[in-house]
Design a protein around this ligand. Structure first.
Ligand code: SF4
Ligand code: SF4
Length: 154
């Protein structure tokens, strides 16, 4: 069973630790502007971690075939040797979680850290978890059901 990142915004405190660990893992520096996970704040005090869902839409638009799916984890990864940093993939990502890194000049996205995602490992509140895809789908349904019920009560 493939594993995916599962996000529960109700648990997120907006500490941005996941962003810091992402940049530390990928670039050996604490720099949220180079993170491949994005914590978005919406007032009043709602923080939502945005992650790549590995949908693969970006694979199809790359004119250089620089994006590929890795069999072991199911993650879509960037081949830095092939990527020219044209940014076409950035435009199609429905979640806005792909960027061209300013320092390397090539596309950067979540690669699930090879099967051990640092963001999930270091979130102190389990707002991001790495879990079986079927469990993550059930969790998503629950989160949406709770949110819709609350909206209907308001
Ligand atoms: S580490 Fe967890 S609690 Fe902190 S911002 Fe990231 S998802 Fe939210
Ligand atoms: S970066 Fe965006 S388009 Fe590419 S796999 Fe992730 S969510 Fe899909």
């Amino acid at each position: 069973m493939p594993k995916v990142l599962s996000v529960d915004p109700s648990r997120c405190t907006g500490c941005h630790r996941c962003e810091m660990w992402c940049s530390l893992t990928k670039y050996d520096e604490i720099n949220p502007s180079r993170s491949n996970i994005y914590v978005i704040r919406r007032e009043p005090a709602v923080d939502v971690p945005m992650v790549c869902i590995q949908c693969g839409l970006c694979i199809d638009v790359c004119p250089r075939n620089a994006l590929k799916r890795v069999r072991k984890t199911g993650a879509v990864v960037v081949d830095a040797e092939l990527c020219t940093g044209c940014g076409i993939c950035v435009k199609v990502c429905p979640y806005g979680v792909l960027r061209v890194d300013e320092e390397t000049g090539v596309a950067a996205k979540c690669d699930l850290c090879g099967g051990s995602p640092a963001c999930a490992a270091h979130c102190p509140h389990e707002a991001i978890r790495y879990m079986d895809a079927s469990k993550a789908a059930a969790k998503r349904r629950e989160i949406w059901a709770v949110a819709l019920a609350a909206k209907n009560r308001a």
